[in-house]
Ligand binder design. Structure first.
Ligand SMILES: [Zn+2]
Ligand SMILES: [Zn+2]
Length: 432
C-alpha cells in the first residue's frame, strides 16, 4: 500500500517559522498604532450565522453568490445555516448589537485580527484562507471618524516602513442621493449593454454600482465615461466628503480621487477608500480597503448607528515587506542558557533560572546530566547569545562563568552580580 501524503487544501498554506517575524511585526505595529488612537481589540468567532453575511454584504455580491464556505447542518445546528466568515465587519456588527454596545460610551472604536475564508480562484498572493486586521468606529457620523480611520491605516503602513503608497477615495452617497444616481447610471449603461461582459450584463440588473469597477478591458472603457457618484451627491454627502478630504490635506496624507472606486459590498455608504501600493512597473496592489456603512447596524437588527472602518490584508503586506526588503525585528528567542555540572551546581542553577525569569529574560535551563560540551552544543543550536556555566568549583566559590557564545569569549563573575551583568549586556546587544 502506498503512503498517502496529505497536502494543505487548495488556496491555503502553512505559515512557517521563518515567516513569523513578518506576521508578528504587522500584528504588533497594528495593535500599537490602533490602541494608541483609542481602539480596543475584540475577538470574534470564525463562523457565524450565514444570514449575517447574506443580508449584510448583499445577496447579489460575488462573496455571497460564489465564495462563502457554508457548514453542514447537523445535530443541534440543524436549523441554522452557518458559514465561515468571509470578512470581519458583519460579525463585528452582530457583536455590537448582541452586546448592547450602543449603550457604551460613544463612539465605540474596535479592531480585530484573524483568518477569513473565501472560495476565490487562488492566484499569487491571494488565498482562500487569508488574514486581515480590521478597525471600525461605531456611533460617530462626523468626518473626523472617516479621517481617523484612514489615518490609522496609513499610519500602520508607514510605521511598517512601506513605500509608494497612495490613498484612493470616493463617496458613493447615501440612501437620499443614491437612487437618483443609480437611475442616471442605468440610463447611461442602457445603450452599452451589448458591449459589456456577461458578468456586467447580469450586474446591470442586480448590482449596477459594480459596473464601474469591472476589471474587463472593454467594460473599463465604458466605465470611464459613466456619470460619477461625486456629481450626484446631496449637499450633506458633499460636505461630509469635503471635510474628510480637508483632514487628509491637513495631515499631509496623499490621496487621489477615484470616481470608479465603489468597493464590492452592498453595505457601503458615503466615503469609500483604498490604500494601494504602486510600484515602478505600474503594478498596483490594494493593501487596505474600507469605508462608511451607516445602514448596516440597522439592517442587521440593531439601532440606527453610523459606522466606518477598513480591513487590511496581512498576506499582501507580508509579501510587500519582503519585496521592499524591509528589515523586520527578529524574534528574540533564547537569550541565555544555564549549563551546569554536578548536584550543587544544579541547585544554584535553579535559583539563577528563577531570578532571570523574573527579570523577563528568556532563559533556558534543563537540569541534564550531559557533559559540558554537549550542553554548549545545545545552547548554540538554540541560538542563545550567552551561556552561564556553573561547575562544582564555581558552585562552591559562588561564581559563574559567563560565556559569549558568538564571540567564544568568557569571564568569571560573582553569582550576585551576574544578573545585573546579563541585563546590561542584553540591552546593549539586542536594543539598538
Ligand atoms: Zn447623500
Ligand atoms: Zn464587465
Amino acid at each position: 500500500m502506498s503512503k498517502q501524503q496529505y497536502q494543505t487544501p487548495r488556496g491555503t498554506r502553512d505559515v512557517l517559522p521563518a515567516d513569523q517575524p513578518y506576521w508578528r511585526f504587522i500584528r504588533n505595529t497594528s495593535e500599537k498604532t490602533l490602541e494608541g488612537v483609542g481602539f480596543s481589540k475584540i475577538e470574534l468567532p470564525h463562523f457565524e450565522n450565514a444570514e449575517i453575511f447574506t443580508r449584510g454584504l448583499g445577496e447579489q455580491t460575488d462573496v455571497v453568490q460564489k465564495e462563502m464556505y457554508l457548514l453542514e447542518k447537523r445535530g443541534e445546528d440543524e436549523t441554522i445555516q452557518y458559514s465561515l466568515r468571509p470578512e470581519g465587519t458583519a460579525g463585528l456588527v452582530r457583536s455590537f448589537i448582541q452586546n448592547g454596545m450602543s449603550s457604551w460610551s460613544q463612539p465605540v472604536r474596535l479592531f480585530y485580527e484573524g483568518a477569513m475564508f473565501r472560495r476565490e480562484r487562488p492566484q499569487k498572493g491571494r488565498y482562500r484562507e487569508f488574514y486581515q486586521i480590521g478597525a471600525e468606529i461605531f456611533g460617530d457620523e462626523s468626518a473626523q471618524a472617516d479621517y481617523l480611520i484612514i489615518m490609522s491605516a496609513w499610519e500602520i503602513l508607514n510605521r511598517l516602513g512601506l513605500k509608494n503608497l497612495t490613498v484612493y477615495a470616493n463617496s458613493i452617497g447615501c440612501p437620499k442621493c443614491r437612487p437618483k444616481y443609480m437611475a442616471k447610471l442605468k440610463k447611461y449603461y442602457k445603450d452599452h449593454l451589448k458591449d459589456l461582459c456577461p458578468d456586467c450584463q447580469r450586474r446591470y440588473e442586480t448590482n449596477p454600482l459594480r459596473l464601474l469597477d469591472c476589471k474587463e478591458e472593454k467594460c473599463k472603457i465604458i466605465a470611464k465615461n459613466a456619470p460619477t457618484t461625486l456629481d450626484s451627491l446631496c449637499s450633506d454627502c458633499k460636505s461630509h466628503f469635503q471635510s474628510t478630504l480637508e483632514y487628509l490635506d491637513y495631515f499631509n496624507i496623499k490621496y487621489d480621487l477615484d470616481p470608479l472606486l465603489v468597493r464590492g459590498l452592498d453595505y457601503y455608504t458615503n466615503t469609500v477608500f483604498e490604500i494601494v501600493e504602486k510600484n515602478d512597473r505600474g503594478r498596483q496592489s490594494t493593501l487596505v480597503g474600507g469605508g462608511r456603512y451607516n445602514g448596516l447596524v440597522e439592517l442587521l437588527g440593531g439601532p440606527a448607528t453610523p459606522a466606518v472602518g477598513y480591513s487590511l490584508g496581512m498576506d499582501r503586506i507580508v509579501n510587500l515587506l519582503k519585496e521592499q526588503e524591509i528589515n523586520v525585528p527578529k524574534i528574540e528567542g533564547v537569550e541565555i542558557c544555564i549549563l551546569q555540572l554536578g548536584e550543587k551546581a544544579k541547585e544554584v542553577s535553579k535559583e539563577i533560572f528563577d531570578a532571570l525569569s523574573k527579570q523577563d529574560i528568556n532563559v533556558y535551563f534543563v537540569p541534564s546530566d550531559e557533559g559540558l560540551r554537549q550542553q554548549i552544543r545545545t545552547a548554540v543550536k538554540l541560538g542563545a547569545k550567552y551561556a552561564a556555566i556553573i561547575g562544582q568549583q564555581e558552585a562552591l566559590k559562588d561564581e559563574i562563568i559567563l560565556r559569549d557564545l558568538s564571540a567564544s569569549s568568557q569571564e568569571i563573575f560573582p553569582t550576585k552580580v551576574l544578573i545585573e551583568e546579563i541585563k546590561k549586556r542584553l540591552s546593549k546587544c539586542s536594543r539598538p
